[in-house]
Design a protein around this ligand. Sequence first.
Ligand code: GUN
Length: 324
Amino acid sequence: MSSKQSFMKRRAEILDGNRIAAEIKREVKDAVTRLAETSDVQPCLVAIRVGDDPASSVYVRNKVRVSQELGLKSEHLALLDETTTEELLATIEVLNGREDVDGILVQLPLPAHVDERRVLERVNPGKDVDGFHPVNIGRLILNQPTLLPCTPAGIIELLKRSNIPLSGARACVVGRSHIVGRPVVQLLLQEDATVTVCHSRTSDLASVTSQADILVVAIGRTAHIRGEHIKPGATVVDVGMNKITDEEEARELFGEAAERRINQIRERGYTLVGDVHPSEAESVAGRLTPVPGGVGPLTVAMLMRNTLQAALMRRGIEEVSSER
Ligand code: GUN
């Protein structure tokens, strides 16, 4: 086969986030079962949602459902859109003080009138299962034991469990958000990768991203990363979750898989696309996370692991799980 033919025929290996998330959830479930056998502790997660953003309610309901599947206790506080910052702070204070609550999660985004920074800073860092509190971010940067942000921690688990070498690898993170980009940079550094960060002001993006063995993209822009941005054979982690409604756009993005996506648009009005152009990436990358079914499921799995970890840390229990 000529090199051109082999290039044309290349199909990236799809990194199955659902499979790896299931593995992590099983580990958490086993650890929760062992904990119940050896103590009377049942870790408890409380998820707070303010207002009626439909996407947020789906996410929170999913988090509560999965926690119940794994034997965790969970509560879902759905607060009215008019809830003030002070009222939300008071709710968090109550949860901080409750001995039976191990994890507190405030679903973002909050309504515009709520002071997100004050809210996130009020969560007891020991119960901050999202890893968003400045104390936990500080510990992350200092490489101290802490509750890690779920999506970044999930990305590292996905890479490790897929046997992708991190030490010495050239990694490039596109996006510098507090929730994904910045923490993922820190975690990759801790794994001894050589990390470059790109963002909306990076000039000649492709010249930087195309050097990377591992490319992590979290910018919230539909299919922004094209074939030319990707080093042939690289591992591409696509954190984006964008909805598209246009059938022609789906045809352009998905190539052979377009029919299934067009059917989705017809059936439910949209299909999900990442920040990476799916069919171009598939023909250039060596490995690729799909959207959906890549990074998303790992975020929830890591939240469950954080809730267990928070319960153990707060009680000074060492280790009940056999997780890596
Ligand atoms: N909104 C989008 N992603 C997240 C997340 O990981 N945690 C919370 N709390 N809100 C989010």
